[in-house]
Design a protein around this ligand. Sequence first.
Ligand code: FE
Length: 354
Amino acid sequence: MNTQQTFRTLTITVVLLAACFAVPLSAQSVPEAKELNLYSARHYKTDEALYSDFTKKTGIKINRIEADDNALAERLKSEGANSPADVILMVDAARLWRAQIDGFFKPINSKYLDGRIPANLRSKPDPEGSTWFGLSTRARLVVYNKDKVKPQDVDTYEKLAEPMNKGKVCTRSGTHPYMLSLIGAMIERRGEAATEEWARGMVANMARPPRGGDTDQIKAVASGECGVALANSYYLVRLLRSNKPEDKAVVSKIGFVWPNQKTSGAHINIAGGGVAKNAPHPKAALEFLEYLASDSAQEYFANGNNEWPVVKSVKIENEGLKMLGPFKAEDISVAAIGRNQIAAQRILDRVGYK
Ligand code: FE
């Protein structure tokens, strides 16, 4: 190698080295792009207004990936550290808890969110500080056939497992997150032994093996196949507000009760979310999450699926929710409900609750 060649090699090396250092430095000084990637398990048309309102207020464009919770989780796992996800929204405490265990979320420091969202409706930060927040609430209530069942016989979750309701009870699969969360909450209230006893009674009382979703349970109650079933509040509201003759026929056959009103209150679950672990737009992600806890967004967010806001000062005008009337809600931490999933699943396995 002659002097000229050595010089050229050196020059190239210096240029390459400079490029290596220059890219990250200049990347740091470039402001974050005005966009964010939202992975959402929500699929309600009314959410559109929420997203466009955020973009109008902040100039941040939202790119949406919508899929059910399982598909989102699979996608996040396969994308790993390269995931473009900024914000992850999911429905149900069980799934949010699982997502936290799977390491999908990053730590959030927001006095605003801490102040707006009650402590029992968000996760405790894990050892790495990652966390998620509930953004709307739903209740799990009892629906019964007016010809077959007296409301006072089914006005607690516990009574559904008593011998007087033999052959009358229907639920969706016990392993569905809505049921796992209900059972997780019962474990928190009454302990594992009493909950296992309850689950055994439920299996003994079933009108048919668990199948279908919550709306299917309500329809089976109306048809008389089941005397009593459990359903999330928004499924019932959807039917109560429907103008379709077939839905009106269903509604005419059923009654509903708010369970456990003299004791622990109706079981409450959440839809919520957090900032993704490797969010490429972390500032925009946090801004969006904080926006979702603002007064106007809480209204949209909860109304979008006939749910209740998590921010207590926000009052919504929703005809469907008014039909359900006031009720006493459980105040168990949704994080504890999540944590009890594994114990809940073990109980189901032991008693043969499919
Ligand atoms: Fe649902």
